[in-house]
Design a binder for this molecule. Structure first.
Ligand code: ATP
Ligand code: MG
Length: 418
């Protein structure tokens, strides 16, 4: 797991007091602006930069600032929901084109045969249903930025046509032979690994090199989990501005959320906070209010509760300050590290199994070990067989079969989950 260590962050100056963490984005601005003549003059206040103060997100912000003032093509990469569009808009908003259109096209959502007219426009009668002439996105974006989202899903035919526009900066409307010159900055994005797509023959290598002039990789949320409190605060503010209720998270609940994997990244987090601001409007969300998926495994819940019972008596007015949240996250992280060390140690000492003087029944002994490990995995995953199977690096069906053999479950007790 690529989770960031809070202790490391602290050493790098990443853990700050609440006041410090609030002013950091401003500090970042003045520091980086002075480094890039031309960009410095651009109006920062209009740009919505990705939220966060982690080292990885600071690097992203720095790249956005560096490239914004140039017309270079940008390729934004990253898992789904990491903020690729947020990044693209920030590049546009910080660029000299910011008063011209930012036009986004989801290349994966438009059927291949319609994408050409969507991008380049068409003349009246160019195809059945073309009752009038229509501008394409390239024309609409003239002078501004065209954001080609999910570029990895573009058909091979369209890839050739796009390559030509990138090379020659001219295109033709469907049904017209007259070349039209365009002045558009291209930002493309994809959640796919384009190098793998090239290997598989589904993406053109020459187009990749045209797009990959200035790559920016949006980091997964789990690799910058220390940004969670700020992101939660942003999401709460967005919900408030959209008329939903005010919700607060206790530092313990925030600590629990920091243990989640967030495979859907910031989008998943934003959706989750929106749901909370409907069902928990006007109150403080505790760990027990979280849906099971977002609750830590049983042993972690106990640890988080232990924090609640001992040193961490946090007055309500301090809920969701970065300082209190980070101190809880830090304790949870320390516990996590200690737990990992202890379990590594156990694994090592358990591997030094000594054969008793008068031997043992190897088969029975191995079955006991197997049963104990399966029980622990099931306990840790709160009875979710698929999750327990992952902990044991087994297929779910293999685990179910083993459990049946060991008499740990009745046939049919575990319905298919994956
Ligand atoms: N750093 C961030 N700060 C604040 N909000 C963010 C950030 N990153 C993403 N979001 C929010 O998360 C959601 C997803 O962002 P965005 O659409 O940019 O992601 P994406 O990578 O393009 O996702 P997809 O791959 O699903 O298209 C949006 O609601 C966006 O406002
Ligand atoms: Mg997107």
């Amino acid at each position: 797991m690529e989770r960031c260590q809070l202790s490391e962050i602290k050493n790098q100056g990443g853990v700050m007091s609440a006041a410090e963490s609030i002013i950091v984005p401003e500090l970042l601005r003045s520091e980086t602006d002075t480094g890039f003549a031309g960009v410095a003059a651009l109006d920062d206040r209009r740009a919505r930069l990705p939220t966060g103060t982690s080292v990885v997100i600071r690097d992203v912000i720095s790249l956005i600032r560096q490239v914004a003032g140039h017309d270079s093509t940008v390729l934004v990469l990253g898992e789904s929901g990491t903020g690729k569009e947020v990044c693209a808009r920030a590049v546009h908003d910080l660029s000299p084109r910011r008063n011209r259109p930012f036009v986004a096209v989801n290349c994966g959502a438009i059927p291949a045969d319609l994408l050409e007219s969507e991008l380049f426009g068409h003349e009246r009668g160019a195809f059945t249903g073309a009752v009038s002439a229509r501008k394409g996105r390239f024309e609409i974006a003239e002078g501004g930025t065209l954001f080609l989202d999910e570029i990895g899903d573009m058909s091979p035919t369209m890839q050739v046509k796009l390559l030509r526009v990138l090379q020659e900066r001219v295109f033709e409307r469907v049904g017209n032979q007259v070349p039209m010159r365009c002045n558009v900055r291209i930002i493309a994005a994809t959640h796919r690994n384009l190098e793998e797509s090239i290997q598989r023959g589904t993406f053109r290598e020459d187009l990749f090199h045209r797009l990959n002039v200035f790559p920016i990789e949006m980091p997964a949320l789990r690799s910058r989990i220390e940004d969670l409190p700020l992101l939660v605060r942003d999401c709460i503010a967005t919900n408030l501005s959209e008329g939903r209720g005010r919700v607060q998270l206790s530092p313990r609940a925030l600590g629990a959320l920091a243990l989640c994997q967030w495979t859907g990244n910031v989008r998943e987090l934003a959706n989750f906070i929106e749901r909370l601001s409907i069902v928990c409007a006007g109150r403080v969300v505790e760990v027990r209010d979280l849906p099971p998926k977002y609750r830590p495994p049983l042993d972690w819940t106990l640890e988080i509760k232990a924090l609640e019972d001992t040193s961490q008596v946090i007055p309500e007015e301090e809920h969701l300050t970065e300082e209190t949240a980070l101190s809880v996250l830090e304790e949870v992280e320390l516990e996590r590290e200690e737990r990992k060390e202890a379990s590594n140690k156990n694994a090592t000492s358990d591997s030094l199994v000594i054969l008793p003087e008068d031997g043992l029944d190897l088969r029975a002994h191995l079955l006991t070990i197997e049963r104990q490990l399966i029980e622990q995995a099931l306990q840790r995953s709160r009875g979710t067989v698929a999750q327990a199977a992952r902990l044991l690096n087994l297929r779910r069906t293999t685990l179910v079969e083993k459990m049946r053999k060991l008499g740990m479950a009745q046939s049919g007790e575990f319905p298919p989950e994956d």
